[in-house]
Design a protein around this ligand. Structure first.
Ligand code: PHE
Ligand code: ZN
Length: 854
């Protein structure tokens, strides 16, 4: 049994002892006994001195034979490795051949080679390849892979180009050296939705999306997204695809969203399959973004990979940044930015404010799977956005060209990345680098002053302590600012103020009157802006700001202030706020998607985070009540205008997943939600009956559930969709997320007793147990039933699938912010998880970090 809490440290990095020049793999696929033959050509790494033993990673493998240059050797074997002592190795290059046996049908962790509904599938990032064969399973060991698959299944896929196909076998050759985490193999009875793409230099690429028979007609949107991604990548980053084929496979059992294996992306089927009847507009947007994300990894991740897992943000932050850019270009950039910031605050700010806070580039970890986080991904992307703001568009382009030029084929580091920006722009980025090493969300206070015709903005930054980092230095913060005059004209268009000190002032001269500042436009830095008590300024910006992000942000800040007051003091919804909302919602000159976003109230967890940041203890029940009261007040204030709005948006154009139509549907569904509070569900019931898309079906159903109606509709929905797991996930989630807080745990338990609750499937587990965690007032209910139910299921899932159990455990990451009674209940559940027999290292690390908070 390996010590489950042994940490790996960035400071201990050493290059591997050997170089792997080529890898030949043969798989004889059998569910309970697959045989993997691996022939590696190895030589000592010139970067290491002395004669070294050869240590390969390997877990859960049954070794059948091991030879060096054809002669049998007896290696040392433990639970995680195979070692051949230096004295048993030739001085120079040699060939190692191992044969192992593994059991994909017994693999419930969905890491390594596993089976999903009769198909074979692999997942190797981060450290899954060691569950397939003995190998130096680390990203800085890059090699050429050749793969032979023996099986009677009709479709046999691996990375690279197909080089041979015969009865019961197929061969693949990947010309691009890669780390083992990008290896993939898929075998099954699959059907392709195919197309082609001609690259900018005229090479023809075969594109296939492989799915289970019957799903072929749900791939068109994913294919269209792929082709647009390929084109965008050529036009915006000048990067072309580099193989003859690009394959995507959809699997139902997958721990994450998707995986960028070279030439063979594997996707969670929920991020591939879509039709108007089965996918919501949010699903379409997410499919487009994830298809793009995985495709973009071909350059940022695959051609240039990471030296070690501490550098994960090198590929993930950059690739998220790029997929955000792409979505912004495909859709409304302003709307996308708002949605991205909503998600950033909901997931990353939450993480950064709690016991799991860690730097974008962590310095140690126990289980790397626990660091595929919002901080590495989303904050990692924000850091790149700031870099681009600081060096400008032209500087960014020069730096990226240099990055691809200089590091193609490398396993690189954040130091390499920043060096490229320094060399391309001449800037010193040593202070900027703190964004990679210091955790926590900076708090930015703003004060302004108007004197003798000079307007001064003074910013103060505070960098709060986080686990292991009590004290911090000031960061570089690019603050985009514009100034408006009192009649709403912009007198100073957006400029970037570069803050580098703890406290800093910026002066504006030549203004005729005291301006109204619009600060942090476009959310130019991932900070909490503290500008309190200026309701009029916020209302003014909501009505007049020329920066669409800040216009929305003004309304958002207003809504948070008001809802916090309501939750803390029982104050009624202020009429001025309701008026301000009405003027935005009914402003026909504004994009419907934007109006829908303004109408969406901040979530309960977000409000709890806000109240906690004010130094108060959030009460989930009061927050829930305040939010409902506000929705009721809005429904009354917006009045009959809502009906008109709903009718106007109810057009009969044929369905398109376009951003334009999606925006109209979003506003229409918000209007329906509010109208339902007035008519008790009449309109929603008829909307459900005549829904022409999943967006409308779900919109109507959640409106009904929100007013405790909709039981007949729920039954009809289940009858219609019971064969479609991805749609049924929505059915499960919706009921739990909309459940009365006092009943949420009981509703969850009841749903776990339905025959279709296949808890070993990560999507289903998340759509039920994850949904309970997402019902803020239900999860944090004072009875403790929410905590207990989630803990029960984590304990049950952990032995089978530690990775997903550990991810869902983040439900508890906010426990220190609540009152003593709730903390006691949550802590007891965390202790109970820790005491579970056979607890995985994954879940143990998470729980121990969460407990360390207090
Ligand atoms: N690298 C994948 C992505 O970001 C995520 C992933 C990580 C998938 C680990 C599976 C396992 O696209
Ligand atoms: Zn990624």
């Amino acid at each position: 049994m390996p010590d489950p809490q042994k940490a790996v440290r960035l400071a201990d990095y050493q290059p591997y002892t050997h170089c792997v020049d080529s890898v030949d793999l043969t798989f004889r696929l059998v569910p309970e006994a697959t045989r993997v033959t691996a022939r590696l050509t190895l030589r000592p790494n010139p970067e290491r001195t002395g004669r070294n033993a050869l240590r390969l990673d390997g877990e859960g493998l049954k070794l059948l034979s091991c030879t060096v240059d054809g002669k049998p050797v007896k290696p040392e074997i433990d639970a995680e490795s195979l070692t051949i002592p230096a004295k048993s190795l030739p001085a120079g290059a040699f060939t190692l051949e191992t044969v192992v046996e593994i059991a994909p049908d017994a693999n419930t962790a969905l890491e390594g080679l596993y089976m999903s509904k009769g198909m074979y599938c692999t997942q190797c990032e981060a450290e899954g390849f060691r569950k397939i064969t003995y190998y130096p399973d680390r990203p800085d060991v890059m090699s050429r892979f050749r793969v032979r698959i023996e099986s009677d299944l009709p479709v046999l896929l691996s990375n690279g180009n197909p080089v041979g196909r015969g009865k019961g076998q197929a061969e693949w050759d990947d010309p691009w050296p890669k780390p083992a985490y990008l290896f993939a193999l898929v075998a099954g009875d699959l059907k392709a939705h195919s197309s082609t793409f001609v690259t900018v230099s005229g090479r023809k690429v075969d594109l296939n999306i492989w799915v289970r028979p019957g799903d072929e007609d749900r791939c068109a949107y994913a294919m269209d997204s792929l082709i647009r991604s390929m084109k965008w990548e050529e036009e915006v980053y000048g990067r072309e695809y580099d193989l003859d084929v690009f394959n995507i496979v959809a699997v139902d059992d997958f721990n994450m969203g998707a995986m960028e294996n070279k030439g063979l992306n594997v996707f969670n089927s929920r991020y591939v399959l879509a039709s108007p009847e089965t996918a919501t507009d949010d699903d379409f947007a997410r499919i487009e973004a994830i298809i793009a994300h995985e495709y973009f990894h071909n350059w940022t991740g695959n051609r240039i990979t990471c030296r070690d897992w501490f550098q994960l943000c090198l590929k993930e932050g950059l690739t998220v940044f790029r997929d955000h850019q792409f979505s912004g270009d495909m859709r409304s950039a302003a709307v996308r930015r708002i949605e991205d910031v909503v998600a950033l605050r909901a997931r990353q700010f939450r993480e950064d404010a709690g016991p799991l806070a860690h730097p974008v580039r962590p310095e140690s970890f126990v289980e790397i799977n626990n660091f595929y986080t919002a901080t590495v991904y989303e904050k990692g992307a924000e850091v790149i956005g700031m870099l681009k703001t600081l060096v400008g568009d032209a500087g960014y382009k020069r730096a990226l060209d240099l990055y691809f030029d200089r590091h193609d084929g490398d396993a690189a580091t954040i130091e390499d990345w920043l060096q490229v920006f320094e060399d391309a722009t001449g800037r010193d980025l040593s202070q900027f680098k703190l964004w990679y090493s210091q955790a926590g969300t900076p708090q930015l206070k703003v004060a302004d002053d108007w004197k003798d015709g000079v307007y001064t903005l003074t910013f103060t930054q505070a960098n709060p302590p986080t686990p292991g980092q009590p004290k911090k230095d000031p960061k570089v913060i690019p603050i985009n600012v514009g100034l408006l005059n009192p009649n709403g004209d912009e007198v100073v268009p957006t400029i970037m103020l570069e803050m580098t000190r703890a406290k800093q002032s910026f002066r504006f001269e030549g203004l005729a009157a005291r301006p109204i500042p619009s600060i942090l436009r476009g959310f130019s830095a991932p900070v909490v802006l503290d500008r309190k008590g200026l309701a009029e300024e916020r209302a003014f910006l909501l009505a007049h700001d020329t920066d669409p992000f800040n216009r929305w942000e003004a309304g958002r800040a207003l809504a948070k202030d008001v809802l916090a007051e309501m939750a803390l003091k029982g104050a009624p919804p202020p009429p001025a706020f309701l008026d301000a909302m009405a003027s935005v919602v009914f402003d026909e000159s504004l994009d419907p998607a934007f109006r829908a976003l303004c109408l969406r109230l901040p979530g309960e967890d977000d409000l709890a985070q806000t109240i906690h940041a004010m130094g108060r203890i959030p009460d989930p029940a009061k927050i829930h009540a305040a939010r409902r009261e506000m929705a009721g007040a809005l429904a009354i204030r917006l009045g009959d205008g809502l009906q008109r709005l709903y009718k106007d948006l109810d057009d009969s154009a044929p369905f398109s997943p376009s951003a334009e139509q999606a925006g109209r549907r979003a506003l229409k569904m918000s209007a329906l939600g509010l109208l339902t509070r007035r008519d008790g569900g009449k309109l929603a019931a008829s909307a459900f009956a005549r829904a022409r898309s999943m967006t409308e079906e779900i919109g109507a159903l959640s409106a009904l559930l929100d007013v405790r109606e909709g039981q007949a509709e729920l039954a009809a929905f289940a009858a219609r969709w019971r064969r479609d797991a991805n749609v049924m996930d929505k059915w499960y989630g919706l009921q739990i997320m909309n459940a009365e807080p006092s009943e949420a745990a009981a509703v969850t338990t009841r749903l776990t007793e339905t025959p279709a609750f296949d808890w070993k499937n990560p999507n289903r587990f998340r759509s039920v147990i994850g949904a309970l965690a997402a019902n803020h007032a239900g999860f944090h209910h004072q009875s403790g039933a929410g905590y207990r139910t989630v803990a029960d299921w984590l304990i049950k899932l952990d032995p089978l699938n530690p990775q997903t159990a550990a991810r869902v455990s983040t439900a508890f990451e906010t426990w220190p912010r609540y009152d003593a009674a709730r903390r006691k209940l949550a802590r007891a559940e965390l202790d109970r998880i820790l005491a579970a027999p056979g607890l995985s290292g994954d879940l143990r690390e998470m729980v121990e970090r969460m407990i360390a908070a207090r």
